[in-house]
Design a protein around this ligand. Structure first.
Ligand SMILES: *[C@@H]1O[C@H](CO)[C@@H](O)[C@H](O)[C@H]1NC(C)=O
Ligand SMILES: *[C@@H]1O[C@H](CO)[C@@H](O)[C@H](O)[C@H]1NC(C)=O
Ligand SMILES: *[C@@H]1O[C@H](CO)[C@@H](O)[C@H](O)[C@H]1NC(C)=O
Ligand SMILES: *[C@@H]1O[C@H](CO)[C@@H](O)[C@H](O)[C@H]1NC(C)=O
Ligand SMILES: *[C@@H]1O[C@H](CO)[C@@H](O)[C@H](O)[C@H]1NC(C)=O
Ligand SMILES: *[C@@H]1O[C@H](CO)[C@@H](O)[C@H](O)[C@H]1NC(C)=O
Ligand SMILES: *[C@@H]1O[C@H](CO)[C@@H](O)[C@H](O)[C@H]1NC(C)=O
Length: 428
């Protein structure tokens, strides 16, 4: 059924029981995207106004590109580069999964910030091999998770996650990782004493003894979601304003670290299926394909970042698409494996990720792309499956905690603290 490649690697200390799961590039599985773009070609002619604004946007973009050529070259490898300040060869996102008995890094049942739906062990998952994998980049190291050091580095900081439930799970993971170093667990609390729910728009965990917060803003599309205009067609119940960032975006500005994600909601079922269509200015764009709309939204996001974010104060990250592993998503068929895949079978590429990588190249504010799509693509063993909070509903999109989101955070922290030049420039 699932072929597992188990080899013994010399690159890790002898003490560890080691097997590795190869890298997507090495394996070279076909670059075929599982989730193909919906091209609902109702082909309504695109208005002149839109064409003009498009060219205007392109024009503006060139104004941004020219002064920032030196910065964009830092991201030529589609990855975090220059990690030690001068070297371009290290790609954190290219490597292997390695068994490591020191994992997982925390116990979800002892962390009040793991929502029940992600605590697979508590929800009855019996196998625990999926907890033991560590990501090892090929040509560089992720520093060992040193919680006391990290807590000190984060003192007085404000870290803000913005995005969908995948962002929320990463928020939960980061809090739990860091709480392992805090003795008085009561000193870490949600600022409004809110319960973690799927719809909540704001959550903030305060580490009071260290005076830092880790916040989450739910903004599944990043752009503004409005009720439908009055005189639209009946089927239009709401619209996404592709030219306007979410109305809570003001609250993201004054932060030290900003981590974005989006993608999971840009699918026909969650848009057109819910009566949600695109809008630019006052004009409905009923025939606009999702991939084009996604790109316009991301350009709106990048323009906003360039205008609103002080790159001397804030480090900006964009995490790429989180691959799902449904065997048939329409029928909601999902088989969580006990071992990672030996090859990524096309899951390693996503048009969402490609667009993100593309858009950041044109920006004035440096944005680090956390390109976690390929490495997560191996992890068909790490999804919630039947061990979530919905009985009899399997889930091959979300991830168990502890698990893969912890790796996203280890990569985030490595990128944040190994580029001394760029991290928290105004504070050091
Ligand atoms: C950065 O890494 C490269 C290659 O590993 C090494 O040659 C160089 O000395 C390092 N630079 C610093 C400042 O550590
Ligand atoms: C996690 O903590 C709970 C509660 O303290 C405990 O019952 C359980 O055995 C622990 N699980 C693991 C895997 O250590
Ligand atoms: C807490 O951190 C904020 C910045 O986030 C800073 O303005 C404030 O002075 C800090 N408070 C203390 C007591 O250090
Ligand atoms: C939650 O806390 C934040 C910051 O302390 C505050 O601005 C906001 O109004 C609070 N929201 C709610 C719903 O209480
Ligand atoms: C960032 O700081 C540097 C040095 O202090 C300054 O020259 C530059 O203008 C600042 N950039 C922005 C965008 O404020
Ligand atoms: C999923 O199942 C549906 C209904 O049986 C079928 O039409 C579709 O082709 C299947 N999709 C895949 C990817 O197998
Ligand atoms: C889940 O499925 C089992 C067996 O198929 C059934 O006995 C149970 O009633 C179902 N539970 C719910 C909540 O649907």
């Amino acid at each position: 059924m699932i072929e597992i490649m188990t080899s013994f690697s010399r690159s890790v200390s002898l003490k560890q029981r080691v097997s590795t799961i190869g890298s997507p590039r090495a394996v070279g599985s076909p670059r075929l995207s599982r989730r193909s773009w919906s091209s609902r070609s109702i082909l309504i002619p695109i208005g002149i106004a839109f064409v003009l604004s498009f060219f205007l946007a392109i024009g503006l973009r060139y104004l941004y590109v020219l002064p920032s050529l030196t910065q964009t070259s830092r991201f030529q490898d589609n990855s975090v580069s220059g990690l030690n300040g001068s070297d371009n060869s290290c790609d954190l996102f290219y490597g292997d999964w390695i068994l490591d008995d020191r994992y997982p890094l925390y116990n979800a049942s002892e962390c009040p910030f793991v929502e029940q739906g992600f605590n697979c062990l508590e929800n009855g998952r019996k196998d625990d091999g999926y907890l033991k994998w560590r990501w090892k980049p090929k040509s560089c190291a992720i520093s060992k998770f040193n919680v006391q050091h990290l807590l000190q580095m984060l003192r007085n900081k404000r870290i803000v996650f913005v995005g969908d439930s995948m962002s929320r799970t990463q928020w939960e993971s980061l809090i739990c990782l860091l709480m392992t170093g805090v003795e008085d667990k009561k000193s870490v609390y949600e600022v409004n004493r809110s319960k973690i729910t799927k719809q909540i728009r704001f959550l903030g965990a305060r580490f009071s003894s260290l005076n830092f917060t880790i916040e989450f803003f739910r903004s599944v599309f990043l752009v503004q979601h409005n009720w439908a205009p009055r005189r639209g067609p009946k089927r239009v119940r709401s619209t996404l304003r592709l030219d306007k960032l979410d109305d809570i975006s003001n609250e993201w500005i004054n932060s030290d670290v900003l981590i974005f994600n989006t993608g999971q909601w840009w699918v026909p079922g969650k848009l057109f299926g819910m009566g949600c269509y695109f809008q630019i200015g006052n004009t409905l764009k009923l025939g606009l394909p999702i991939d084009s709309a996604f790109r316009i939204a991301l350009n709106t996001w990048s323009t906003w970042i360039d205008r609103m974010i002080d790159s001397n104060r804030t480090r900006v990250f964009f995490r790429t698409f989180e691959p799902s592993h449904w065997s048939n998503q329409t029928l909601r068929l999902c088989d969580v494996t006990t071992q990672p895949l030996s090859e990524t079978r096309g899951y390693e590429s996503s048009p969402f990720s490609d667009t993100i990588l593309d858009v950041v190249k044109t920006m004035a504010v440096p944005v680090t792309v956390l390109h976690i799509t390929p490495l997560s693509a191996f992890r068909s063993d790490a999804h919630v499956g039947l061990w979530g909070d919905k009985p009899n509903m399997s889930d091959c999109s979300h991830w168990c905690l502890p698990g893969v989101p912890d790796t996203w955070n280890e990569l985030l922290l490595t990128a944040l603290f190994s580029n001394k030049e760029a991290s928290f420039r105004s504070h050091v």
